[in-house]
Design a protein around this ligand. Structure first.
Ligand code: ARG
Length: 458
């Protein structure tokens, strides 16, 4: 039998394989709430404009609420033959209220309908991402506050570079995640225009009020071009791009947690709640959640590349290709939210090992730069020469098998005669970090200022 929704010109129904490739109901049922919200706004507008009767609009709006409760309670029967969420909802509405259901689709197409539903859905996800990010930032902030002045090694090339503070390291991620949240906010603001009323592609001859539906759905305004409104999925791509950047940041933090929780580092102790064991090695406590978060970027970035590839080269206006927009976005959104939640749990639960951090902070000649700076400041050496003298002292310490502060004054003076006792003050890691008072530096005083600022923002 021909399709009930669009089969007027068809003698035969679709092949089962046609139905299988065409149907999106298995995934776009996630748009049910947005679809019904959009339809309710559309029906109210049609009545307000005198395009359908008030009683029809009321029947439609109430019927749609019934459909929504059926879907939410799980009693709704989805049908593949009805292709997608839009037709499933409308067909059920017809069963419930009869003839008026057929008037709902006046001055509307599934093209503007799906574009509207999907924007509403992605908009919600932007908000969810921002709150997820803020929770993680608060967890990092708590860690930073607890250890604002705890010293640890700072690395470049993953080789000991200069001492920093635990608080400073935690706050670096607070900054990154703050930009991530900003990207989701920006994307949300840009996507907050309503496609509804663009109809199939050209607009409609009915006297609709697009400003009214836009406002009813919480959009800032209707989209200004009907072709653009039904065609573009840049809003979904912006979400995926923001999600990719965020996942990249999470992946870096995850990698640090993996390294830090190893027996060789012992910088942090992960909680049992966010660790797993081995089925063969009884001693193991594995950071699986961190490893998985480190990996999730692959899916999220894959979704971004995948959808971008779908969209490139599509002629205006709507093409069925765009039905492929949903699964990558659903998956990326679910993956990101879960990653944020897991990272928040791990960060809140973990314990920084202050002693291990401090021991590592002083090793690896981490205050060599402080020594070079001292030679410049106190002896007036050009930095390049100071660098050279310090290098020779590092080589000497290495030879002796000790750290810089353990060299004797005689050793120092043998390398440069003018060095005095005062040099030992700058070789301590506590003094080193305390001296980095430039704006944004690792000095505890600076770190505390940044923490205080973020506390007012979060
Ligand atoms: N399921 C479709 C999608 O997700 C809805 C739009 C269908 N429009 C059409 N003209 N076939 O893109």
């Amino acid at each position: 039998a021909a399709n009930k929704m669009w089969g007027g010109r068809f003698a035969a129904g679709p092949d089962a394989i046609m139905e299988a490739i065409n149907a999106s109901i298995d995934f776009d049922r996630r748009l049910a709430r947005q679809d019904i919200e959009g339809s309710r706004a559309h029906a109210a507008m049609l009545a307000a404009q005198g395009i359908i009767s008030d009683s029809d609009a009321q029947a439609i709006r109430e019927g749609l609420l019934t459909v929504l409760s059926e879907i939410e309670s799980g009693s709704f029967e989805f049908s593949t033959a009805l292709e997608d969420i839009h037709m499933n909802v409308e067909a059920r509405l017809k069963q419930l209220i009869g003839e008026p259901a057929g008037r709902l689709h006046t001055a509307r197409s599934r093209n503007d309908q799906v574009a509207t539903d999907f924007r509403l859905w992605v908009r919600d996800q932007c908000d969810a991402a921002v709150s997820g990010l803020e929770e993680l930032q608060r967890a990092l902030l708590a860690q930073a506050e607890a250890g604002a002045e705890w010293v640890m090694p700072g690395f470049t090339h993953l080789q000991t570079a200069q001492p920093v503070t635990w608080g400073h390291h935690m706050m670096a991620y607070v900054e990154m995640l703050g930009r991530d949240a900003g990207r989701f906010r920006d994307a949300r603001a840009r996507m907050n225009e309503c496609p509804l009323g663009a109809a199939a592609l050209a607009g409609t001859s009915f006297p609709i009020d697009r400003h009214a539906t836009a406002a009813a759905l919480g959009f800032d305004r209707p989209m200004a071009n009907s072709l653009d409104a039904v065609s573009d999925r840049d809003f979904a791509l912006e979400f995926l791009a923001a999600a990719s950047l965020c996942a990249m940041h999470l992946s870096r933090l995850a990698e640090e947690l993996v390294i830090w929780s190893s027996a060789q580092f012992r910088f942090v102790i992960m909680s049992d709640r966010f660790s797993t064991g081995s089925s063969i090695m009884p001693q193991k406590k594995n950071p699986d959640a961190a490893e998985l978060i480190r990996a999730k970027i692959g899916r999220i970035m894959g979704a971004n590349v995948g959808l971008m590839t779908v969209m490139k080269g599509l002629p205006l206006a709507y093409c069925k290709d765009t039905q492929e927009d949903k699964e990558p976005v659903f998956d990326a959104a679910d993956t990101l939210m879960l990653s944020l939640a897991a990272m928040t749990g791990m960060v809140s639960d973990m314990t920084a090992n202050r002693e291990a951090l401090a021991a590592a902070a002083g090793s690896g000649f981490s205050t060599a730069t402080d020594l070079a700076d001292w030679l410049v400041r106190e002896l007036g050496l050009p930095f390049r020469e100071a660098h050279h003298v310090t290098g020779a002292l590092v080589a000497l310490a290495e030879q002796r098998g000790c750290d810089l502060p353990e060299l004797s004054l005689e050793d120092m003076q043998a390398t440069h005669a003018d060095i005095t006792e005062g040099v030992f003050e700058v070789l301590g890691v506590e003094n080193s970090v305390a001296s980095r008072t430039s704006f944004g530096g690792t000095a505890p005083a600076q770190v505390r200022e940044r923490i205080a600022e973020w506390k007012t923002r979060l």
